[in-house]
Ligand binder design. Structure first.
Ligand SMILES: *Cc1c(COP(=O)(O)O)cnc(C)c1O
Length: 365
């Protein structure tokens, strides 16, 4: 039983959930980093281990989103993301598990080994891939694609927004906030003064803050922007926070009415770099340091950028405890699936395989 359902039984009765992950995820100390920096207040929340199949932050969202899709009688889910999107891959993997057909509408992003791996893994999940060269072309084609499947299937596909960050998806992270609150109560971790997290489509950050506020945990979320500013701004954060709160209160009026206050959230702008999916030297350095100190594997699109902010702050000796919230799957992708021939992918995706990866990318696994 997850904490959200335990605490709010009418939500459990009214919102379905599929179980894909293993929860609670561990919260641990970072002994190697702590030794190096001579401090004892550094912790990590291991959502990289949220599932044995494919972990990361999208598991918690998809448990609610795909259950909602089935409840609505959908046969097919359609979602979108960059070519190497973790959300797109997670939707392909768990959509298949849920018995749904999956269509991934992808758009161009900087090339990396991780993009290649995710694209190849999509093949093993039987997802249909559609790729556009620009985000604009992608958005223009989106509605038409949904309508095309609607008439082909005789059923409206379930559309999952970018990153899975609808209020329904964000509920997965409201539960994560309650889960952390229970770990604090159990003494697994002292109440963190700050939590560090990569900010994309905001569902993770806003769901988490809402869950923590509902549980009465006071903290400051340092949301490190890893997407362009127009995707993740403070107004959109407020909107998603409030919509998610409203949805939960409709399901159960005893869920508290919460307000996002300025001291709850800091959006960190300075680690984004030039564009989405482009590695920065700071992200690469953060990934190297955490791998060497504690065997923690970060990616450079999201968690490396969040890790860079986290490391800069713990170096400058701010008041802890500090919690780094890991959001990228660290489960190895199955080698037999990765061995598939990329030429089975649509031709417009072959460029990720026959053109070089970005200069800062060094494959380490
Ligand atoms: C999607 C993603 C994020 C961002 O989460 P949002 O809920 O979209 O803000 C962070 N880290 C990783 C590894 C992701 O794949």
């Amino acid at each position: 039983m997850i904490p959200l359902f335990e605490r709010y039984p009418s939500i459990a009765l009214r919102i379905p959930r599929l179980s894909f992950g293993e929860f609670p995820t561990p919260v641990e100390r970072l002994p190697g980093l702590s030794r190096r920096l001579e401090r004892d207040d550094l912790y990590i929340k291991r959502d990289d281990l949220s599932s044995r199949v494919y972990g990361g932050n999208k598991v918690r969202k998809l448990e609610f989103l795909l259950a909602d899709a089935l409840k609505q009688g959908a046969l097919r889910v359609i979602t979108s993301g960059g070519a190497g999107s973790n959300h797109a891959l997670a939707t392909a993997i768990y959509g298949k598990k849920a018995g749904l057909k999956t269509v991934l509408m992808l758009f161009r992003q900087p090339n990396s080994y991780s993009v290649r791996h995710n694209l190849i893994m999509n093949l093993a999940s039987d997802a249909e891939l559609i790729h556009h060269d620009t985000y604009q072309e992608h958005t223009q084609a989106f509605e038409e694609t949904v309508r095309r499947y609607e008439s082909a299937d005789g059923k409206t596909p379930y559309v999952i927004p970018l990153g899975g960050s609808s209020p329904m998806g964000a509920i997965g992270y409201v539960n994560a906030g309650l889960e952390l609150a229970a770990q604090i109560t159990a003494g697994d971790i002292p109440p963190p003064a700050r939590i560090y997290l990569a900010l994309g489509t905001m569902g993770t950050a806003m769901g988490l803050l809402l869950g923590l506020k509902a549980a009465g945990v006071k903290t400051n979320l340092q949301a490190v922007r890893a997407v362009p500013a127009y995707v993740a701004g403070i107004d959109k954060c407020h909107l998603l926070f409030n919509q998610t709160n409203k949805l939960l209160r409709e399901m159960d009026p005893s869920f508290p009415s919460c307000t996002l206050e300025p001291e709850d959230l800091t959006i960190r702008q300075e680690y984004f770099g030039e564009k989405y999916g482009l590695f920065t030297p700071e992200a690469v350095a953060a990934a190297t340091l955490l791998r060497e100190s504690d065997g923690i594997i970060l990616d450079e699109t999201y968690t490396g950028k969040a890790g860079a902010a986290f490391l800069a702050d713990v170096h400058s000796d701010g008041d802890g405890p500090f919690l780094f919230w890991h959001t990228k799957s660290s489960r190895p992708l199955p080698p037999e699936a990765l061995a598939a021939d990329y030429r089975l992918l649509p031709v417009s995706l072959h460029c990720y395989f026959n053109k070089p990866v970005q200069p800062l990318d060094k494959e380490i696994f």
